[in-house]
Design a protein around this ligand. Structure first.
Ligand code: ZN
Ligand code: ZN
Ligand code: ZN
Length: 162
């Protein structure tokens, strides 16, 4: 998915005076296959399952390189670790974050996007980027809230539709 391609990555490495090694390629592949919102540590664990010789520093540097070239973006949700997700050109989404289990759900709402730009326009701003993060409890965690009041069952599934 996204703009990432093998040959481009090779070129980038060459520009940086870095060798395109099997290890780096392996890391990139695992990252692209892993879905979103991985910490360096999580990616490292997954990479190690495929090749235990790959070191943490290599994983970290490769990820950083991808972030610098726009193939990955790094997000820090609250005070948690930076999490990386791959970045497809022109693709945008916002996040719902569970404060109890750390689950992250992606969503996109045209109406919210539109409202945001309207607000900005009204203030005379030209906006280049934004992050919308909604913090709360996910459906799995709501029953575990203390007090246990779960009578109010919203009909919202963790779906993408808004
Ligand atoms: Zn948005
Ligand atoms: Zn949760
Ligand atoms: Zn995301």
């Amino acid at each position: 998915m996204g703009k990432f391609s093998g040959p481009q990555f090779h070129r980038l490495l060459r520009e940086r005076g870095l060798k395109s090694t099997r290890q780096r390629e392996q890391i990139v592949r695992v990252f692209m296959e892993s879905g979103s919102h991985l910490s360096v540590e999580e990616l490292y664990q997954r990479v190690r399952q495929k090749d235990p010789r790959i070191g943490y520093a290599t994983v970290y540097r490769t990820l950083k390189l991808m972030a610098e070239s726009g193939w990955a973006s790094s997000r820090r949700f609250r005070d948690r670790l930076a999490l990386f997700e791959h970045q497809s050109a022109g693709e945008h989404h916002d996040h719902l974050i569970c404060l109890l289990c750390g689950k992250i759900v992606e969503f996109e709402s045209e109406r919210i996007e539109e409202l945001q730009s309207r607000v900005a326009r009204r203030q005379g701003f030209r906006i280049f980027d934004h992050k919308l993060e909604l913090y709360g409890h996910c459906p799995a965690c709501i029953p575990k809230e203390k007090g246990g009041g779960s009578e109010k069952r919203g009909k919202s599934e963790h779906g993408k539709t808004l």
